[in-house]
Design a protein around this ligand. Structure first.
Ligand SMILES: [Mg+2]
Length: 257
């Protein structure tokens, strides 16, 4: 069966583990089976707003047992990148929790002084002043780091602006592309796979452009979970690359050959 082929499972969260705050069918028993089979599990989200501890709490509140170390957010992955680059001072555009996550990693978040890097996330309170300050920091020599470039996230009233929209505003003003950390860039996957066997890892996600493309960029296998979200959307990549497997429920990890 499919689950036997791998020993490390990277899961996207929204649309794979839960949807609109509710656990999707088959998820709890599938995760439990993977735990019993001693598989390694990581949860990857491009959402840069929460701390890992907050995301772990959210999962526990819907019945999913998880260790904080198994959570990989684009904010935490950005912190790992900055540490690797020996960057100490950062200017943050994003949530208070993103600032805290970066501080937890030992980074100093400055507001007035010149920073070595600008880290861009998103938050309902991010405003034009933040965009302005970020541009001045970059003009002053700071590196331009995007936690991710997802343009929007879905709401019942239509797509809402996400990190990619904030990044686009800054990019327009500084005429320079950012270094991108989150899916589909390999950096986030490599951070998730640290210490694990990449050759027996699989990414399970519902968005071809981030989850499946990211697996391809990282050189690992991929499983596309087709959900109702794909009504009216193509479930494959424009470049013709597809997931290695397609399933409709995580239960199929244990029933598919
Ligand atoms: Mg998703």
């Amino acid at each position: 069966m499919l689950a036997e082929k791998f020993n490390t499972f990277l899961f996207d969260l929204d649309g794979v583990i839960y949807l609109e705050g509710k656990v999707l069918p088959g998820v709890l028993e599938s995760l439990q089976q993977l735990r019993e089979d001693q598989k390694h599990i990581r949860f990857l989200t491009n959402d840069p707003r929460p701390e890992r501890s907050e995301m772990a709490e959210k999962l526990r509140s819907i019945g999913i047992e998880v260790d904080q170390k198994e959570i990989v957010t684009s904010g935490w992955a950005s912190a790992q990148f900055l540490k690797q680059e020996s960057i100490e001072n950062v200017f943050v555009v994003g949530s208070q929790s993103l600032t805290t996550e970066l501080q937890n990693a030992g980074l100093i978040c400055v507001t007035e002084d010149q920073a070595e890097a600008v880290v861009v996330g998103s938050d309902i309170d991010v405003g034009f002043r933040d965009v302005y300050m970020a541009c001045m920091q970059i003009h002053g020599g700071a590196q331009f780091i995007a936690t991710n470039v997802d343009p929007t996230f879905p709401t019942s009233k239509g797509p809402a602006p996400a990190t990619g929209s904030v990044v686009a505003a800054i990019k327009t003003a500084v005429s320079r592309p950012p270094i991108v950390i989150g899916k589909p860039e390999a950096y986030m996957f490599d951070a998730a796979l640290k210490g694990l066997d990449k050759t027996r890892a699989v990414m399970i996600g519902d968005t071809p452009e981030s989850d499946i493309q990211g697996a391809i960029n990282t050189g690992i296998a991929s499983v596309l979970v087709k959900s109702d979200q794909h009504n009216g959307h193509p479930a494959s990549l424009e470049n013709g690359h597809n997931a290695d497997y397609t399933i409709t429920s995580l239960r199929e990890l244990f029933t598919r050959i």
